[in-house]
Ligand binder design. Structure first.
Ligand code: KG4
Ligand code: ZN
Length: 335
């Protein structure tokens, strides 16, 4: 008998559904919401409405792509949090209704834990314990992963997330939303010749607010002297921004690896799609003799496959939830 999980992710602005069979991804479908571009950021109300419009077609597509009938599903996994309340409510309510109508068990999944476990959607899989730098639009965390359930956040951002640092500095440069991928693309054509100060944060925590302010003042001063400064130096500014953010992240990851003695090192979340971070991790990994794990692009940004993989391991250990499970906005475990 197969264990077939239908997974739903609706925590932010992407509606996603996936089908996972015995831990293998059969489909992973995502409806992106282009509507937010015109506002320069995610508008929660707009996101909720788009989830409502997208959820049925995306689930239908995921089932058809997987070649799986509704009656073959063993359980429904859904993102319970953290995320935007209105967005989470759509996926949670859909999952509950689906499970109720087919008499299936429900599995609640924490979005941040799922980003970490996205590494189990492909080969090679990390060995426990491993460290995972989870970098997204809302979070920046170094997680010590003992097993599928037991994870501790050993470092995190005190203010902005790494993705926000990309998006906000990109916005200052006049780039569209989300700016992260655009900064990445432009950075490849430039040189990191501008230097921004590093924050002096104790331990394994991060801070990006000082960096953001430094970029703002730098651009203000330079454009006062030369109004075409941004236009003429765009690729080099992007390369410098990316180089600085990546170096903050990599330095703390190195510190965490040294402190814990762990040599299995992974990255996850939307910012793990960044080419500078991917290259820097590979280079450092070779130098430090680490085994490094970098997700395929489809498993970096928000996706339901990671929810389904997490759901699969919870299914194996009998961790189900009731129809009364309500979404939560913050938290690593929801507790
Ligand atoms: O994990 P994710 O899809 O959603 C959240 O849970 O937040 O991450 C989205 C974030 C955005 O800030 C986006 O700009 C950033 O990931 N991002 C990137 C790249 N691709 C996505 N940042 C830098 N370089 C990229 N290639
Ligand atoms: Zn995410």
């Amino acid at each position: 008998m197969y264990i077939t999980i239908l997974a739903i992710e609706s925590s932010c602005d992407d509606t996603s559904a996936a089908v996972i069979r015995d831990g293998n991804v059969l489909s992973n479908c995502i409806a992106n919401q282009e509507a937010h571009r015109q506002y320069g950021g995610v508008v929660p109300e707009v996101a909720s409405r788009a989830h409502q419009a997208n959820i049925i077609p995306v689930v239908d597509l995921a089932l058809r792509t997987a070649g799986v009938a509704k009656r073959e599903i063993s359980a429904v996994a859904f993102t319970r949090g953290p995320g935007l309340m209105g967005s989470l409510l759509v996926g949670t309510s859909f999952a509950k209704a689906f499970a109720l109508s087919f008499g299936l068990p429900l599995i609640e999944v924490n979005h941040m834990q799922a980003h970490v476990l996205a590494h189990f959607a492909e080969e090679p899989k990390p060995a426990f314990p491993f460290l995972c730098l989870t970098v997204s639009g809302g979070h920046t965390q170094i997680v010590r992963v003992e097993n599928y359930q037991d994870m501790q956040v050993i470092g995190e951002t005190l203010d902005d997330a790494a993705g926000e640092a990309f998006d906000k500095t990109g916005k200052m440069l006049g780039l569209g939303y989300p700016a992260g991928p655009l900064v990445d693309r432009l950075a490849r054509q430039g040189q990191p010749r501008f230097v921004f100060p590093e924050p002096n944060i104790e331990g394994l925590n991060f801070s990006f607010s000082g960096f953001k302010t430094a970029v703002l003042y730098f651009l203000r001063d330079q454009t006062a002297q030369d109004p075409k400064f941004i236009e003429d130096n765009l690729a080099d500014i992007c390369a410098s921004v990316q180089h600085t953010i990546v170096s903050f992240l990599i330095k703390k990851l190195l510190k965490a690896a040294r402190q814990t003695g762990i040599r299995e090192i992974a990255i996850a979340g939307g910012v793990s799609a960044n080419s500078g971070l991917r290259e820097a991790l590979v280079a450092l990994g070779q130098k430090q003799n680490w085994k490094t794990y970098i997700p395929q692009m489809q498993f970096c940004t928000d996706n339901a496959a990671m929810i389904g993989i997490t759901g699969y391991y919870k299914y194996l250990s009998g961790q189900f939830c009731g129809q009364d499970a309500a979404p939560y906005v913050r938290g690593f475990t929801g507790q």
